[in-house]
Write a protein that binds this ligand. Sequence first.
Ligand code: SF4
Length: 441
Amino acid sequence: MPRKFYITTMGCQMNEYDSDYLSQLLLQDRFEASRRPEDADLIMINTCTVRRKAEQKAYSLLGRMVSIKRKRPDTIIGLVGCIAQQEGAQLLERFPGLDFVLGTREIGRIGEVLDRVEGTGERIAATDLNKTSLPSGHLPGYFAGKVKGYLSIMEGCDNFCSYCIVPYVRGREVSRPPKEILSEAKSLVSQGVKEITLLGQNVNSYRPEEDDSFGFPSLLRELEEVDGLRRIRFTTSHPKDLSDDLIRCFRELRKLCPHIHLPVQSGSNRVLKLMNRGYTREKYAELIQRLRDARPDIAVTSDIIVGFPGESDEDFHLTLDLIRKIQFDSIYSFKYSDRKGTPAASLGHKVSEEIKAKRLSTLQALQKSITLSKNKLLEGKEVEVLVEGPSKRGRQLTGRTDTNKVVNFNHHTGSLGELVKVKIKRSFANSLRGEISSTRA
Ligand code: SF4
């Protein structure tokens, strides 16, 4: 009888990609996926530690999973991802019900680790971060029926922003060989995927070891030639690595979607320095202007942290001022929280939770008004949408514009993976609503 596995994934798209990879390895190893942890022989939590909240959520979930084991003692429980990498073997002491801990570069060892856990009852922690071989290859048919796919092109980050835990849990930058990435892209397209999002903590610094003249723009140009691929996206970029050549790609490449997610984090040069971000607000604004000159319809989204240690009212107002100047399409905004082992965690002048909450809601209210006014401009316009499937409520179809805006629309025709023209009737903060005006194969 095939055994059942259950994976729950927290955090970023890179974790989703890793969970897909783990699933494929298990499906090739006589496992089948289970929808409920209660029915699974193997339960795994793919964890995130980017903020305190994410960490707390993971531990409470682990507590719940361990309680399942009390009823079904043969269940194997594993923790993978960034908390596994950060805490390692300590987790086995803290959680007696936990059988194994797999770090971010060890997921390829799942088969061997399971054999040892089942064979000897050993409890294992594997967290070697110096591995350079990254997950690759696909289980044939795994992406069948999916319109979109993630494709990891590199792992790790060498930027060491002072608040960020990523370099400590994802390691040094390693770029995958272009050949491997292109063959994976073709495999996705052959299974029906129309849109690929390239993943990396800092994709702009993509530089394969075997050919350091082959940078990220070169990879984009190669992917542009993949037949059947309709849209290319990428995340996440760092402003300091945004090259002239990458800006040129936005003007030249038809399949590269006119959307860039470019985290700015703060509008105060003093805070940007403390964050070790490596650019100023003026430099950031200049980059955005050059992107908009190259591709006037480009959508720009960003990340912002409020309440960084020492952030004054004046610093915060500089952030609000930058938001008004740049007019982002949307922003992911967060309250700063100390991450163990990062330089910022030992900085003084911590901002109170109350002030952080106030600043966050002020910032989100400002951005919401900007997003609404930008989406309103699309009412009455026709946009091209990649059909992704039924909308959340199921009564409509849903998809995204090439600028990454969600569109829900009535449908008489139009099917999964098709690019259709939709006339926008109404706009909201997080989505648009419309009607199909024509379909295009
Ligand atoms: S570039 Fe991003 S992932 Fe890298 S250290 Fe800075 S915030 Fe973290």
